[in-house]
Write a protein that binds this ligand. Structure first.
Ligand code: ATP
Length: 306
């Protein structure tokens, strides 16, 4: 393949403001300076993969506004091939307005903008790109029908699908689930998607594989991750790597991007998860989503106790 990782997904400008006190309904509070940075699950995962040195492409939509430019610049700096980022005239780029409270707790409003117009036709038009990619990474910040089209085309073209069903839907699309190898979920998504079945990551992973996923990875924050492979063996826990936490924003996307990189390189799911846990741990030590992602060289300088 020409590409290790193709990400089909969202690109958002993250607009972050800190407040001492959260405003109630009808109330105004004064916050700190607005910080604009590159985000969105799709763009984050692409940036994570590209910074690690993988040949990475992004299929996404942005508007022809300043935020679209910010997102394109960030991808170029990371090393992503952005020729398939569609810049839509007159459209607004997606944004996530993030209000960070005094305890570091986030309240987020997403305005999808151009992300809402990433279409199945955009995916079919990029069939050759899918065919040229080892791994296709999908999330749910673009229309469900587009994700389904990407999963179908990836399966037809023999690309491996990494599927991160986030934000967690009411019900998970069976067609996408059936090609997910792996399904990547955090604990919150695992609990919600296994619909009350089970109390441990092992039980959630088993329930999700029972629902049709080929393999499952549950990320466990500081505790690392749990891997349930397609080979029918028992689940394996990959321990976390200790890190000084500055900001966990985008840690899950760093994990998923890194996982895709190693799977594209032919690693086993467990090996890939060990690497992804290290990348996730590195990402929490710096602020922001994409700006926090390590390069391969920076990762080598981190202690690998995982
Ligand atoms: P986020 O929503 O913050 O992007 P998430 O909830 O999707 O994250 P997590 O399971 O919290 O996903 O974290 C993903 C990965 O990031 C973990 O598997 C781990 O590698 C790393 N990580 C997250 N939090 C910590 C932490 N406190 N210490 C070390 N590593 C961490």
């Amino acid at each position: 393949p020409d590409y290790d990782v193709l990400v089909v997904g969202s690109a958002n400008a993250d607009l972050t403001v800190r407040v001492d006190r959260r405003p109630g309904p009808g109330e105004t509070v004064t916050g700190g300076d607005l910080v604009e940075s590159a985000g969105g699950k799709g763009a984050n995962q692409a940036a994570a993969a590209a910074r690690l040195g993988a040949r990475t492409a992004l299929l996404a939509r942005v508007g022809d506004d300043a935020y679209g430019q910010l997102l394109l610049d960030a991808q170029r700096r990371a090393g992503t091939d952005v020729r398939h980022v569609l810049v839509e005239r007159g459209a607004r780029t997606g944004t996530a307005t993030i209000v960070v409270g005094p305890d570091g707790d986030n309240a987020i409003v997403v305005s999808p903008g151009a992300n809402a117009r990433l279409s199945p036709a955009d995916v079919t038009a990029a069939r050759a790109l899918v065919a040229a990619s080892a791994v296709v990474s999908l999330q749910l910040e673009v229309p469900a029908r587009t994700v389904r089209a990407a999963a179908t085309v990836a399966a037809e073209e023999g690309a491996r699908v990494v599927f991160n069903p986030s934000p967690a839907p009411e019900r998970i699309d069976e067609q996408v689930l059936a090609v997910a190898d792996p399904l990547v979920v955090n604990e919150h998504e695992a609990r919600q998607l296994s619909q009350g079945e089970g109390n441990t990551a092992e039980e959630w992973a088993a329930a999700l594989r029972h629902c049709g996923a080929r393999s499952v990875v549950v990320t466990l924050g500081a505790e690392g991750a749990l891997v349930l492979g397609a080979d029918g063996r028992r689940p394996v826990r990959v321990p976390g790597v200790p890190a000084e936490v500055v900001d966990t924003t985008g840690a899950g996307d760093a994990f998923t991007g890194a996982l895709a990189v190693r799977l594209a390189g032919g690693a086993s799911l467990e090996e890939a998860a060990r690497y992804a846990v290290r990348v996730g741990a590195a990402a929490v030590t710096r602020p922001g989503a994409q700006p926090s992602y390590p390069t391969a060289r920076e990762l080598d300088r981190q202690p690998a106790t995982g």
